[in-house]
Design a protein. Structure first.
Length: 130
């Protein structure tokens, strides 16, 4: 799965502009993580149409866009499961850049895992993803 990272100056309404641009062309934001760092707004998005999202977001002034792979992992929705998963990765020296919830149900949680670039394939192997 692909993740879009948007970096822009942290100003009131930036997220509204991003969401409106995507919504206007029918792109759904399936997962989002947003935070401020050094007066920049940083958004990590998973959408239902990464190509259209990138095309439309490239028209938004003063934003920097990046596209990268993330691993979507489905695990039981119960205490301790995230600890088991991250311990398994940590024990193999996998460094994580980000992690956030994509979907959650009564009995499962899907998370987006973004390992460090040089750890991506190793993480896939540890998780049994081909």
């Amino acid at each position: 799965m692909k993740e879009i990272t948007i970096v822009s100056k942290n100003e009131v309404g930036t997220l509204a502009q991003v969401a409106e641009v995507l919504g206007s062309v029918g792109v759904n934001i399936e997962a989002i993580s947003a935070y401020e760092k050094n007066n920049n707004a940083i958004f990590h998005l998973v959408t239902n149409d990464v190509n259209t999202a990138l095309k439309m977001l490239s028209r938004v002034p003063n934003v920097r866009l990046e596209q990268s792979d993330v691993i979507v992992w489905k695990m039981p929705n119960r205490p301790g499961e995230l600890g088991k998963l991250t311990r398994k990765l940590a024990n193999q020296g996998i460094s994580l850049q980000s992690i956030y919830i994509v979907t959650r149900g009564n009995d499962f949680t899907e998370i987006a895992i973004k390992p460090a670039v040089n750890d991506f394939e190793k993480a896939r192997g540890i998780l049994g993803i081909k």
